[in-house]
Design a protein. Structure first.
Length: 132
C-alpha cells in the first residue's frame, strides 16, 4: 500500500503537467463569472491573450509566449494541478499560473512598492485537430 501511494504521488503530478502542455496553444479571456468590478478591471488591463509553447533550444527549458505583453515566460514551478510561468525583471515579476481545468491567473508584482495585481482568466485550447 505504501508503494502505491508513493507511485501515485510521483506519477499523477507529471500526468497533470503533460495534460496541460498538450492543450497548447491556448486562448484566454477575462473570467465573466467573477464579480463585475474585477471583470471590468481585467478587461481594461488584460482583455485576453494567446499562449503558445516556444522552443528554447539553448537550455531546453519549457517556455510560453504571451501575446498580451509579448513576453516569454519560463516555467518556474509545477505543483499538484497547475503550472507557474514567470517573467522576471529588475522592477517587477509577471506570473502566469495555469490550472489543469485551464483557469489562469495573470499577476504582476512590483518589487519596489511591494504591490501585486492579479487577474482571473478562462482559457480554451485552440489546438488544431486532424480529422480523418
Amino acid at each position: 500500500m505504501k508503494y502505491a501511494i508513493i507511485f501515485f504521488s510521483l506519477i499523477l503530478p507529471n500526468l497533470a503537467f503533460t495534460e496541460i502542455l498538450e492543450k497548447f496553444p491556448l486562448a484566454c479571456i477575462c473570467d465573466k463569472s467573477i464579480n463585475a468590478l474585477k471583470y471590468f478591471d481585467c478587461k481594461q488591463k488584460v482583455s485576453g491573450t494567446q499562449l503558445d509553447i516556444i522552443e528554447n533550444k539553448k537550455n531546453k527549458n519549457i517556455m510560453i509566449f504571451s501575446s498580451f505583453d509579448e513576453k516569454n515566460y519560463q516555467l518556474f514551478d509545477e505543483d499538484n494541478l497547475s503550472l507557474i510561468f514567470n517573467y522576471d525583471t529588475e522592477d517587477y515579476i509577471s506570473s502566469i499560473s495555469i490550472k489543469e481545468n485551464l483557469d489562469l491567473v495573470f499577476s504582476i508584482s512590483y518589487k519596489e512598492y511591494n504591490k501585486k495585481w492579479a487577474y482571473d482568466l478562462k482559457c480554451v485550447s485552440i489546438k488544431k485537430r486532424l480529422r480523418f
